[in-house]
Design a protein around this ligand. Sequence first.
Ligand code: DX5
Ligand code: ZN
Length: 219
Amino acid sequence: MIIAPSLLSADFGNLQSELEALEHAGVEWAHWDVMDGAFVPNITLGPLIIKRLRQTSRLVFDVHLMIKEPERYLGEFADAGADMLVVHQEACLHLQRTLAEIRRLGMRCGVALNPATPLCALDYVLDEHLDMVLIMSVNPGFGGQSFLPASLRKVRELKRLITERGLSTLIQVDGGVQPENSRQLVEAGADVLVSGSAFFNYPPYASRLQAFKDAVRCK
Ligand code: DX5
Ligand code: ZN
């Protein structure tokens, strides 16, 4: 199980030191929320900032694109040093082509599904080399929202599909994740838990990371 803190809840005035603090705390992945004010009603940051921070961080950069027409920016995010690039199914007119292009650019690829989007939207791309599926457990756009309970069933059903097809696709869950619901999520099949407000609002980060790990372990 991987905890990927979402920098959306970090101190935007000190992103470099926030990344250093995460690394010292033992975190392995950093989750970047890229929003364009069109696909979602919020604007955050883009490839220029990520590229600058890539220079000083060894964390896995997991980049979640909440933008329209993500295919226009794949090269820029590859150049910025994204390790994992996740696009929304709802934002891609030619999803298969976009995923192939992400891989061609040397990144791992993922697809995110909004809460109302069914798993069958991925039926014909799941068997290809898809590294991760991101199940949104809130409507994307803002941190600090409440976890939508139906997401748990979605994770369970996706895990069953992945197992049935003999795949090794990771399942990531994003939105309203906290230690209190982490155990259920991991039991349902989640591999990567994104946490923004429930992580950054509870420093020190090493103890918070431990709280997530303990919550998952105490079965
Ligand atoms: C929401 C973002 C999330 C968000 C999660 O649109 O994709 O990554 O930062 O924040 P919390 O954990 O506070 O719900
Ligand atoms: Zn996210």
